[in-house]
Design a protein around this ligand. Structure first.
Ligand code: HEM
Length: 500
């Protein structure tokens, strides 16, 4: 989808005009030093592809790290099954346990050379995090979860370099997990995209990721409108009022289109397949009943490395696009206020244990109980995108204040009324996105969970656990999801401005 505003109107020092890190690198150019990540305005947001990279993400690590790629290939080719699958054949069980033995026997590969390239580091995070999720979730249910040191140590090192948590994130399964079907070298058309790595090999899983990809790409126009609005806010004259009104009217339409795109997931992703076969692979430590133990933390190579005390699985709640709109519209204080944490656990530290005696890190979650969902999810976003959100948040000319000031200054002026209407329309559109999102969550999680619970009740002969009750369902981000999503939706609605 083409953005509405041409990049050649941007000043050269504008953050969207900055070169992307490592844009010319490929697997063989590991020696190139990625200096752009040091640039103050580099938010890794592209004016053609937004939070997605405009070139196909690196598909394979350089040969030094081939052992990781090879082990991931085998997991995919062997179609490893979930450990919780009850009707696994002996052959499936054997394949799974041989694969895990192979992971345990991997050499401990050094990671220092990965640091010379951002895109190689990204690929390393993807490969190691996918291996870890295959490993953890293919384990039989009566096994303890112990992540072997050849995965623990490099994953922690790479995560440390990237300032990401050592777990699969939205960037690993959506933003950097695509390739062109036609081998196009430029940003491919929407219909030319496919996902690179899947847990199940099912089209349903691919459709789930590609729905987010489509939203990210359609969202490029929203980013352009936000940028143009912010430029006008600096001018703040009468023409600016008219232009901002027009941008906000268009933004509301783009958000409506994002809502429609959201619903297209139903065309290729079956809810029961999603719930029973795909979603369990995403689970992070904070929604797993068994604690995750990271082995090897007492080794010399692990010196200085820490495991965060909270590890959530990947969630589109980590999409910077949606939260950028919240922040830009000044809705975030309502939709993601500190009271709306989504947190269900009194202490997430009980979820992860360690084989060394080193104390737990406090860097990620000593304060997570009090943090909003957005603040927690930001830790799972690529660091440049996190900085982009901070940049939006720190603007000295917030849009909402501008709308309020103008309306209060002269409420009878038709231009100000139009501005207020356009602003409210954009918020109503965002609330509409969340309405549709709640419909999907009912369809893809609440419904299948209820059916699974009723099946359990029937199997155990009435009463007991399977009551069909779903009020305590958790999201992959560890949230008490139904209440949380409704709170966020109602908070969004509450941000509309009414003049009395
Ligand atoms: C079948 C499709 C989807 C399902 C089942 C689903 C499920 C969920 C769940 C359970 C949460 C609660 C937070 C958590 O614990 O993870 C959540 C949050 C969220 N999801 Fe989705 N999601 C879907 C698709 C999407 C897509 C395509 C997007 C946009 C790219 C999206 C954006 C969000 C956002 C922004 C949140 C944070 C809450 C908010 O700000 O409204 N979701 N999702």
């Amino acid at each position: 989808m083409e953005p509405h505003f041409s990049s050649n109107t941007l000043p050269p020092d504008h953050f969207l005009s900055q070169p992307r890190p490592d844009s010319t690198a490929n697997a063989t150019t590991l020696g190139s030093v990625d200096t752009t990540t040091l640039a103050a305005h580099d938010f890794d947001v592209d004016n053609r592809s937004g939070f997605m990279p405009p070139q196909e993400p690196l598909g394979r690590l350089p040969v030094q790290w081939e052992a990781w790629e090879a082990v991931l290939d085998v997991a995919i080719q062997d179609r490893l099954q979930l450990g919780e699958k009850v009707d696994q054949s002996q052959e499936e069980k054997d394949k799974s346990s041989h694969w895990r033995a192979r992971v345990r026997e991997l050499p401990l590969l050094p990671t220092t050379d990965l640091k010379s390239s951002e895109i190689v580091l990204r690929r390393a995070h993807i490969v190691l995090a996918w291996i870890m999720h295959f490993y953890v979730h293919s384990l039989p249910l009566d096994n303890d979860i112990k992540i072997p040191s050849p995965i623990t140590i490099p994953l922690l090192q790479v995560s440390n370099y990237l300032q990401l948590p050592p777990v699969l994130t939205y960037s690993d399964d959506v933003l950097y997990n695509w390739k062109s079907k036609s081998n196009s070298t430029t940003m491919p058309h929407l219909n030319d995209l496919q996902s690179r790595t899947l847990f199940t090999g099912l089209g349903d899983e691919e459709e789930f990721y590609l729905t987010s990809v489509r939203i990210e790409l359609r969202g490029v126009e929203a980013l352009s409108l936000m940028r143009s609005t912010m430029d006008e806010l600096f001018v703040s004259d009468e023409i600016a009022v008219k232009r901002i009104t027009s941008y906000l009217t268009r933004l509301a339409k783009v958000i409506d289109e994002l809502s429609n795109l959201l619903m297209t997931v139903r065309h290729g992703c079956d809810p029961d397949i999603f719930y029973n076969k795909i979603r369990p692979w995403f689970k992070g430590a904070d929604s797993d009943r068994r604690p995750w133990t990271f082995e090897g933390l007492d080794r010399e190579e692990a010196e200085g490395l820490e495991v965060p005390t909270e590890l959530s699985g990947p969630s589109a709640g980590q999409s910077s696009l949606i939260h950028a709109m919240d922040i830009f519209l000044g809705v975030v204080e309502y939709s993601h206020s500190e009271e709306i944490t989504g947190s269900t656990t009194p202490s997430s530290t009980s979820e992860i244990s360690h084989s060394s005696t080193r104390p737990l890190s406090t860097s990620y979650s000593s304060t997570t109980e009090r943090q909003s969902f957005l603040a927690r999810m930001q830790l799972y976003m690529p660091r440049h995108h996190r900085n982009f959100l901070n940049h939006l948040r720190s603007t000295t000319r917030p849009l909402r204040q501008f709308v309020v000031n103008n309306t209060c200054a002269d409420p009878d002026d038709a231009r100000n009324t139009a501005l207020l209407d356009a602003y409210n329309q954009a918020i109503v559109a965002l609330k509409g996105f969340r309405d549709k999102h709640i419909i999907l969550v009912s369809l893809y999680i609440v419904g299948p969970a209820r059916r699974a619970s009723i099946r359990t009740r029937d199997e155990i002969g009435g009463g007991g656990e399977g009551t069909g009750e779903t009020s305590d369902l958790k999201g992959t981000g560890g949230t008490n999801l139904v209440k949380f999503l409704k709170d966020v939706r109602d908070g969004t609605k509450g941000a509309t401005i009414r003049m009395t």
